[in-house]
Design a protein around this ligand. Structure first.
Ligand code: ACO
Length: 322
């Protein structure tokens, strides 16, 4: 078995920024309400003709450069997205084409806001067994395209963007202490109705709009996320006090705060970018991770714990030494 190391990261954000104040001119909301209830101050929104695959390919290319690799080195692409360019082919296939990768496998993975945790855990298995050597794991979304812009309960929450990791299979000697140490994935399909999109190819034949019972999702969040984090740390046989950085899915600052309180984590070790990006679903974890690398917080050899929860409901956590 190989160790699976995070060898690079990269991000892409649409140029256009929409502030809470701008949104409050379109729907009955306010900067105060959004900031107080969620922590969100602004979000990025894709331009016309700017697709999930464009953001994913940009983030992927940046991650490759960061890892010192070229498209010829990549033999697996997994794109976690709930907003694919097309019903098929997979956005990962379009990304492969746009990035100039000409070998290996490519597929999409759909676990909504838990997508990046699911994709990282999936890629880790492909690489650990030696079947693939260098994987691009990309979380990419254009949620602006599936929002009901007249529904103030949902449209204020989400944003567009992409983030990517390069994962590399390394021998124990090459990796040292680095690599993915544990992950824990869950789903409870009984809660499908709490958070879904009311359209799809086999039902309405349309893309549909996001629908969410926000307060019910909120009530489920802290306990389930915390439990997945506890399981992950148990599997790695490490205490929470060893974690250098907690990089949560950025859904709501109050959920993040609830998890920090429940598990008695050090708030100074929590990475939060929700104010700038809003909830970018599968993209939020790599966006936050990369931001904390760029500002010098996350460094090589740091122990990083990630978690997510989203439609399904799905939830999960993963631990890696960067
Ligand atoms: N502006 C002003 N008022 C609003 C807005 C808004 N944007 N949205 C809702 N309200 C109003 C409601 O109408 C309601 O008014 P009423 O009392 O007169 O009926 C009041 O505010 C309270 O509404 P709640 O929904 O109870 O508000 P809550 O405190 O629960 O906050 C929120 C809503 C932010 C959505 C919160 O519930 C939340 O973050 N939920 C979890 C979201 C999440 O984590 N999703 C999972 C990931 S997403 C994914 O997988 C795609």
């Amino acid at each position: 078995m190989y160790r699976v190391v995070v060898a690079g990261s990269g991000i892409a954000l649409p140029e256009r920024v929409v502030t809470n104040t701008e949104l409050s001119q379109k729907v009955d909301t306010s900067d105060d309400w959004i900031t107080e209830r969620t922590g969100i101050r602004q979000r990025h929104v894709a331009a016309e003709g700017e697709y999930t695959s464009d953001l994913a390919a940009r983030a992927g290319t940046a991650a490759l450069e960061d890892a010192g690799l070229t498209p010829d080195d990549i033999d697996l692409i997994i794109v976690a997205t709930a907003t694919p360019d097309l019903t098929f082919p997979a956005t990962a296939a379009i990304v492969q084409q746009k990035m100039g990768v000409r070998q290996g496998a490519a597929f999409d993975l759909q676990a909504v806001c838990t997508g990046f945790v699911y994709a990282l855990s999936t890629a880790e298995k492909f690489l650990a067994c030696g079947q693939h050597r260098n994987a691009l794991v990309i979380g990419a979304e254009t949620f602006s395209r599936i929002l009901d812009w007249e529904d103030r309960r949902t449209c204020v929450l989400f944003g567009d963007g992409a983030g990517a990791f390069v994962l590399q299979a390394q021998t124990a000697e090459e990796a040292g202490d680095r690599g993915v140490l544990a992950s824990h994935l869950r789903c409870d399909g009984r809660m499908v109705d709490l958070l879904y999109v009311d359209g799809g190819p086999s039902t309405t034949g349309t893309a549909g709009h996001l629908r969410m019972e926000g307060n019910k999702v909120f009530r489920e969040a802290v306990g389930r996320i915390s439990a997945a984090m506890v399981e992950t740390m148990k599997e790695a046989n490490l205490p929470f006090s060893d974690v250098d950085w907690f990089v949560p899915h950025q859904a709501n600052q109050r959920i993040i705060g609830g998890v920090v309180k429940k598990l008695d984590l050090n708030i100074d070790k929590v990475v939060s970018t929700i104010a700038h990006h809003g909830n970018t679903s599968a993209a939020s974890i790599p966006l936050a991770f990369h931001a904390a690398r760029q500002d010098g917080r996350i460094k090589k050899d740091d122990l990083v714990l990630i978690e997510g929860m989203g439609g399904g409901l799905t939830w999960g956590a993963a631990l890696f030494r960067f």
